[in-house]
Design a protein around this ligand. Structure first.
Ligand code: A2P
Length: 342
């Protein structure tokens, strides 16, 4: 942290045993967040278990019987239903809630914040809740916000290639299990995904809506507009689950008001916060989930080239660790903003 506050904070992590919760804890430690008291919360199934945090042993508590009085900052990642029920109670007890679920993202009085894009929005939180965006929107807007500010994005066509870790621990386990079973000529029994995920692609994430899009796809529409503060941006999304463990990828085609060349985009993005340009036109000169975006913090951008079918079109390939920048890292960055008085 650049501006380390002198006080410490009582931090609660809700969903601490999950894929995102666990990473929130490691990022709090890595970034030396000024944690005074740490409360780690999960379901009654995990209560009584222990986790290690910077050499101390912390006992996991049952969220249902936990008293939030005294908590300063609560990081929630236990699903929308848990957030709906418990986040307002933590906020009423005086905590600032940073919520990773979609429970509050579209409410006018809850800011939706990406630390590199609209940090100023975090300070206007009348309900004491700040929403953390969806993972695929998060990485997309980190890369597109600088281009939007300079060249005015009118339309975004995006196809996502989303890793299974976005579905939590059970989804990671299902990919591993099915892969082993299929390589051993055994039958598989899909539980977490509607059809086989190993060696397959599934064009269906979250529920189907009346307009034919999935909710995951509409998150890219709604959240991009809210974060960039521009309801005129058109977004045409397709969201696909792929058999990758960590790291989401996105093939993005933008249409801008002012033409942007690949060279100008590369130059702008290479000095934009949170972005790393990896764009050599040689084998391996581009980011992939495994080579770049597993366990790292940046949003990687490559394959920057003109859209041959549009006079003001630009194509980009955007890759990031969905558990880190897509969820846990941004949540901790928001906690840092709150801690610094923002
Ligand atoms: P638990 O491990 O006790 O089930 P993931 O997204 O990786 O599946 O993780 C979900 C997180 O949400 C886990 O930490 C899980 O805890 C937590 N969780 C699920 N249901 C509840 C609940 N009813 N109360 C509190 N935490 C819950």
């Amino acid at each position: 942290m650049s501006n380390t506050p002198s006080r410490t904070f009582h931090v609660a992590v809700v969903g601490a045993t999950g894929a995102v919760g666990e990473t929130m804890l490691s990022i709090l430690a890595e970034r030396d967040f000024p944690v005074g008291t740490l409360s780690v919360l999960a379901s009654e199934r995990s209560a009584g278990g222990q986790i290690e945090y910077r050499g101390r042993t912390v006992v996991i508590q049952d969220l249902a019987s936990f008293d939030p009085a005294g908590v300063d900052i609560a990081l929630f990642s236990a699903g929308g239903a848990i957030s709906k029920e418990y986040a307002p109670r933590f906020a009423a007890a005086g905590a600032v809630v940073i919520d990773n679920s979609s429970a509050f993202r579209y409410e006018d009085d809850v800011p939706l914040v990406v630390s590199e894009v609209n940090p100023e929005a975090a300070s206007n939180r009348p309900r004491g809740i700040i929403a953390n965006p969806n993972c695929s929107t998060m990485q997309m807007v980190v890369a597109l916000a600088p281009l939007h500010r300079q060249y005015g994005i009118e339309r975004i066509n995006v196809a996502t290639y989303q890793s299974v870790s976005g579905g939590g621990r059970s989804a990671l386990e299902e990919l591993g299990k099915q892969t082993g079973q299929l390589l051993n000529f055994q039958q598989i029994d899909p539980q977490r995904f509607p059809v086989q995920i190993a060696f397959n692609l599934i064009p269906h994430i979250d529920e189907f809506l009346d307009n034919g899009f999935t909710k995951e796809e509409m998150k890219l529409v709604w959240e991009t507009r809210k974060i960039l503060g521009d309801d005129s941006i058109l977004v045409n999304p397709t969201a696909v689950r792929v058999p990758v463990f960590y790291g989401h990828s996105e093939a993005v085609a933008i249409e801008t008001r002012i033409k942007v060349t690949p060279e100008a985009a590369r130059e702008l993005l290479s000095r934009s916060p949170g972005v790393e340009v990896v764009d050599e036109r040689v084998a391996g000169g581009y980011p992939t989930p495994v080579t770049h975006a597993s366990g790292t913090d940046a949003v990687y951008v490559g394959r920057i080239r003109e859209d041959l079918s549009h006079p003001r079109g630009l194509n980009l390939w955007i890759v990031s660790d969905n558990i880190r920048k897509g969820a846990a890292l941004n949540a901790v960055q928001l906690a840092e903003l709150v801690a610094a008085g923002g």
